[in-house]
Design a protein around this ligand. Structure first.
Ligand SMILES: [Zn+2]
Length: 372
């Protein structure tokens, strides 16, 4: 890829997605503040929350993890910019991943001047919300006895429950549960379930809708691929787009095979193409990493990357014959990346090859095998 450091470079510059938070609000476009919030996820050192002020108060895009530390950084950075966090009236989640929506749980617990409206795509987090609600409902007897337990015992019970959710994947495995110690570190003072369960949406957004943020109209574009419910927002007059995780400056976003779409990679290619056609936009504000120009060029580069991966899978198929997703994953990814996300992405690529090329799928037992 063009953005990788050239072979002659001995010191590879750090990718901006990995940087730790600067601790201040930076104006990255007229009236748009970028606040880097702490997260520690593979390859990522922060998530960008964007703040826009209007006469009613503040709108935030992607308010980060549910973690209390993250909430404090957000509060302090807003205060340094002369903004009081209790003036937040709107939170937008670009998609239903917990590093983007978790902070909404804390915003909603604040004594804000007006209730915080939550904007997200109409399908936002539905599958996971339903799965958590079903899990809670299935606790009938257990949860009835909660009334007699101490707050601490209830908290511990909900921690275990939040971490226990496992769903079947379409490639014949189960999702991993979530590490309880991590949920514990995020859930001080709030319900542990709310750190992972996508929040209820007060204002469902559809492709093409206009929403007002910072006194300006922003057009929503539904961009499935990284997540089924991913949204980008753009304003032609400013030439700016909030890109969420759809376009990142240096790394390529994870493609989720865990999807309601038959062809998640195909959806991602279509989403890249649509964003690439937005001639009015010349500055992308991503959810991780520094703002960047030429989103159209970046869309094309990311699509190229995935076509390269498809070629690699064709070679792997020639070597290994009829095999399940995990066997392809082990040859496609380095060992340190093996796991649920790598398998999910591999599955999305194999399904694309089945639907658009010559891959054949047989479902042996409940585990699909692919031959190329
Ligand atoms: Zn993210």
């Amino acid at each position: 890829m063009s953005d990788e450091a050239s072979a002659a470079d001995t010191s590879k510059p750090q990718k901006s997605e990995r940087r730790t938070p600067s601790g201040e609000a930076e104006e990255v476009a007229p009236g748009i503040l970028r606040i880097m919030l702490p997260i520690e996820l593979p390859g990522l050192g922060h998530v960008n929350c964007y703040a826009l002020e209007d006469e009613r108060g503040i709108a935030l895009i992607d308010p980060g993890l549910a973690d209390g530390v993250s909430h404090q950084v957000l509060t302090d950075c807003l205060a340094d910019a002369g903004l009081d966090i209790t003036r937040v009236h709107t939170a937008v989640a670009t998609h239903s991943h917990f590093d983007h929506f978790g902070g909404i749980a804390r915003l909603r617990k604040l004594d804000t001047a007006q209730p915080v409206a939550v904007y997200a795509h109409a399908t936002f987090g539905k599958v996971w919300r339903d799965a958590y609600d079903e899990l809670l409902a299935g606790q009938g007897e257990d949860s009835a006895s909660l009334e007699t337990r101490s707050d601490e015992e209830v908290h511990d019970y909900l921690l275990e429950l939040a971490g226990s959710l496992r769903r079947d994947t379409p490639w014949g495995t189960k999702t991993d549960g979530f590490p309880v110690e991590l949920i514990r570190s995020w859930s001080d003072g709030i319900n542990p379930i709310d750190t992972l369960r996508p929040p209820d949406v007060t204002h469902p957004v559809h492709d093409g809708d206009t929403i007002m943020l910072g006194g300006r109209p922003w057009t929503a574009m539904h961009t499935p691929g990284h997540a089924d419910d991913h949204l980008c927002l753009w304003n032609g007059e400013l030439g700016v787009m909030f890109g969420g995780d759809h376009l990142l400056p240096n790394i390529t976003p994870h493609i989720s095979g865990f999807s309601a779409y038959e062809d998640p990679l195909g959806e991602f290619f279509a989403s890249l193409e649509r964003v690439g056609l937005l001639d009015e936009v010349n500055l992308a504000l991503p959810a991780h990493g520094d703002p960047f120009g030429d989103p159209s060029g970046r869309s094309a580069a990311i699509a190229d990357h995935h076509h390269g991966r498809l070629d690699r899978i064709r070679e792997i198929g020639d070597e290994i014959g009829n095999q399940p997703v995990d066997e392809y994953m082990k040859l496609l990814f380095r060992e340190r990346s093996w796991g649920m996300m790598a398998a999910s992405e591999t599955y999305a690529h194999l399904e694309w090859l089945r639907l658009h090329s010559s891959a054949k799928r047989t479902d042996e037992g409940s585990t699909p095998h692919y031959r190329l």
